[in-house]
Design a protein around this ligand. Structure first.
Ligand SMILES: Nc1ncnc2c1ncn2[C@@H]1O[C@H](COP(=O)(O)OP(=O)(O)OP(=O)(O)O)[C@@H](O)[C@H]1O
Ligand SMILES: [Mg+2]
Length: 354
């Protein structure tokens, strides 16, 4: 099974970072339209602002831009902002959609001067297409191969200058020659709670939901540093507030709603907690092997490793060690359990005696 990109890919997961159908339907309306509206990512925003301003002053085309970072942090949003700030159209495609070099040649040769070509999941493009892209990025030229076998000929084709914006959740998978051809690389970080609060307040305004400041803070804390998750939790909390209360999202309402949806105050869901609970209660905090842990929670090994663990590790609740999975003191504290006394187990007198 190909788990590439599969971190968090359970469509039914309220705290999954990948976009589900509802997200796709509403995200267009929630996307910031220009750099001024884009919240957080201070450094990337500042650098990108310089790149775009300079290009505008020269009345030229902006340099190629690579955006890397986890799902739901705003890569697609930023690519649209780049086109908007430059006042040019945007063409959107993705690595998996480009199977053959010919697919790419067709897109490239139909670009208008200055247009932004957004290539999502650029790390999943085929090798021949990638090689064609090298030349297109550097020389605004492609060689279109006509015919097959010994009679095949390459016809060079001039392209208008364009700006490639590549997005990837896996910058490490990009071949260096491709990475080197981008003039600017922006790495997107997870958002701070205060930034997510702003995202939530902004979205609430657009969705016409009344959210108290402490309500926004409550949702932000459970959103795993990810605007997409923040927006999704906001919609579920809005539903709850509408049905169970007067529609106003206060801290209390937000907490009650997310209790119902089993998203705890740190953003852990049922699966995350099941993994932690097994690790703590059945295996005394570990170390325990991944397969054993997976059996204990009744899940596939891959599910535990790819879906639950990355966030638990990021939160400092679980550590992967050569001897197996180990809970950190923060994990015991989070579940309100007391860790066993070090060295007081049977047959284990401490180094300095009992
Ligand atoms: N800085 C931000 N300010 C406000 N809203 C944001 C910001 N970043 C992202 N969002 C919101 O989060 C949603 C998801 O963002 P986006 O689709 O750009 O993420 P992505 O990085 O492209 O994710 P993926 O890797 O899944 O393609 C958008 O609809 C947007 O409303
Ligand atoms: Mg995207």
């Amino acid at each position: 099974m190909n788990w590439d990109d599969a971190t968090d890919e359970r469509p039914e997961r309220l705290v999954g970072a990948a976009a589900d159908h509802e997200d796709q339907a509403v995200e267009a309306a929630l996307r910031p339209r220009d750099l001024g509206e884009f919240i957080g990512q201070e450094r990337v925003r500042q650098q990108l602002d310089l790149v775009l301003r300079a290009a505008r002053q020269r009345q030229g085309t902006a340099d190629h831009v690579l955006l890397s970072g986890a799902p739901g942090l705003g890569k697609t949003t930023l690519s649209m902002i780049i086109a908007a700030e430059m006042g040019v159209p945007i063409r959107i495609t993705s690595g998996p959609a480009i199977q053959h070099a010919g697919d790419l040649a067709a897109i490239l040769s139909s670009l208008q001067e200055g247009e932004v070509l957004f290539l999502d999941e650029i790390h999943r493009m085929s090798r021949p297409a990638e090689e064609m892209l090298y030349m297109a990025m550097e020389d605004y030229r492609v060689d279109v191969v006509v015919g097959k076998g010994p009679g095949a000929t390459a016809i060079p084709l001039e392209l208008p200058p364009f700006t490639l914006v590549g997005a990837t959740t896996r910058a490490g998978l990009l071949p260096p020659p491709l990475r080197d051809r981008f003039g600017f690389t922006g790495h997107m970080e997870f958002y701070a709670p205060a930034e997510l609060e702003k995202v939530i307040r902004r979205s609430a305004g657009l969705l016409d939901v009344e959210v108290a400041d402490d309500g926004a803070a409550e949702i932000a804390g459970r959103s795993r540093g990810t605007p997409r998750i923040a927006n999704r939790l906001l919609r579920r909390v809005r539903d709850y507030a509408q049905v169970k209360a007067d529609g106003v999202v206060t801290r209390e309402i937000a907490a009650q709603a997310l209790e119902v949806y089993e998203v705890d105050r740190r953003g852990l869901d049922r699966l995350d907690r099941a993994v932690l609970q097994a690790l703590l209660k059945l295996f005394n905090g570990g170390p325990v092997g991944l397969s054993t842990l997976a059996v204990a929670v009744g899940e596939e090994r891959e599910t535990v490793e790819e879906v639950a663990e990355p966030f638990l590790v990021r939160e400092g609740l679980l550590a992967r060690t050569p001897r197996g999975r180990v809970a950190t003191p923060a994990a015991w504290a989070h579940l309100g359990l007391v860790p066993p006394q070090q060295g007081s187990g049977p047959g284990q007198t401490g180094l300095f005696g009992p």
